[in-house]
Design a binder for this molecule. Structure first.
Ligand code: ZN
Length: 408
């Protein structure tokens, strides 16, 4: 078995330890030795580079390629599957070797990656977002037509439900169809036509049933939760992560700390909507108005959650905007008071814990899978990190080399 030695670099192992010079040896797709003066059959010179564990983005939509409602209405049904191939590659080029798809990708996309038919990060899929009538996943337009961002199909069923019984049945259907994680909207949101981000959706008995069924199947639950009420319904019923968390009050932050709930801030998301509007994308006025309404209060909520010590995992909502600038979220997180090391931790081991894969992934430690990112220069200069990704390995295999493309 070939031993590959990565030598001469600065190691940021993801565990929270400070960066330090170290050699890393990979054998049979796993880290087998970390230390100094190590040897190997093959050698990768990491002089001037930093080594990071494969990074995570806990909230992406690989089937979206920038929201533009008018364009999406003109797009053939199957076209987003092909766009996803491109989006997945752009994500890997950011050093992201695992994502959680928050709605859109189905079992076929995941299997194509797992079988090596297409190249992409490891992926947990949710298929779609459970939503009440009139909720964030209900695409009913005032004209009376339903115009979904992605049309339902046999692998991605409709997810609008009301009441505990419909909820129970739909969770089982999503799990049957391949969902690794269950996503629910416990409040309104920005992109939906008729929902209000300030209003909670679903009541306790519905979320309790959802979490009960997901737990029985060994699945975690992620909640699109913007309204204070919807955030609290999610936390007190055992949802694992609050996505967006726009209207967090002090009590919600206390509840998250007590329950160990993660926050996935997606600070990039409302900014992406506003940037698309500036570029002239075909967006209904309500989307633009809602993005404007939430962007500042969102930033303030995330700042307070970080200061209070809430567990954070990095997520971007990429797909709302374009894919491939995921690491810009790290700058937004540090602008909210996180240290650069904290932001990298949120993008590695903390994220792996949220996804329940930290036994195998999320840090450079002996025995773990060799998902590894080489970056030119200092890993802690997060503002420019995305532009300095040199090469990306998954299970010890080279899967992306954006640094080579950049230098010809
Ligand atoms: Zn999303």
């Amino acid at each position: 078995m070939t031993r590959t030695l990565y030598t001469g670099g600065q190691l940021f192992d993801g565990t929270g330890a400070a960066p330090a010079s170290a050699d890393v040896v990979v054998e049979d797709g796993r880290f087998v030795e970390i230390g100094s003066g190590l040897d190997g059959d093959e050698q990768v010179d990491c002089t001037g580079k930093s080594l990071l564990p494969g990074l995570f983005d806990c909230h992406v939509h690989v089937m979206f390629s920038g929201i533009d409602v008018l364009r999406m209405m003109q797009t053939p049904f199957s076209y987003p599957f092909f766009e996803a191939i491109h989006n997945l590659r752009s994500t890997l080029d950011q050093g992201i070797t695992m994502v959680r798809d928050a709605g859109g990708a189905d079992l076929g996309v995941q299997q194509a990656i797992n079988n090596g038919l297409i190249t992409g990060p490891r992926m947990q899929i949710s298929l779609g977002m459970l939503s009440q009538t009139g909720g964030h996943g209900d695409d009913w337009m005032p004209c009376g037509a339903s115009i979904p961002l992605l049309v339902e199909h046999p692998g991605r069923p409709s997810t609008v439900v009301d009441g505990p019984d419909e909820m129970r049945r739909k969770v089982r259907e999503l799990i049957r169809n391949g969902a690794d994680v269950i996503k629910v909207a416990t409040s309104g949101g920005v992109l939906s036509p008729r929902s209000d981000p300030r209003r909670g959706h679903f009541r306790d008995e519905e979320i309790a049933v959802l979490v009960e069924e997901a737990t029985a199947a060994g699945r975690f639950v992620m909640a699109h939760a913007q309204a204070t009420d919807g955030i609290k319904v999610a936390i007190r019923n055992g949802v694992r992560s609050i996505e967006h968390g726009i209207f967090l009050d002090d009590e919600a932050i206390e509840m998250m700390l007590a329950a160990g709930t993660w926050l996935v801030p997606t600070l990039a998301a409302p900014r992406a909507v506003l940037a698309l509007a500036d570029l002239g994308a075909g967006l209904p006025q309500h989307m633009i108005d809602k993005a404007r309404m939430v962007v500042d209060v969102h930033t303030e909520s995330v700042r307070r959650a970080i200061a209070a010590g809430v567990a954070v995992a990095m997520g971007t909502d990429s797909g709302v905007g374009s894919h491939g600038d995921n690491l810009r979220e790290l700058t937004l997180m540090t602008d909210c008071g996180m240290t650069p090391a904290g932001a990298l931790h949120a993008t590695s081991l903390s994220a792996a814990r949220l996804l329940g894969v930290d036994d195998d992934l999320g840090s450079i430690e002996v025995g773990k899978r060799a998902d590894l990112v080489l970056v030119d220069g200092d890993a802690l200069e997060v503002d420019t990190l995305g532009a300095r990704i040199h090469s990306v390995y998954s299970d010890g295999k080279l899967v992306a080399e954006p640094g080579r493309a950049a230098t010809g």
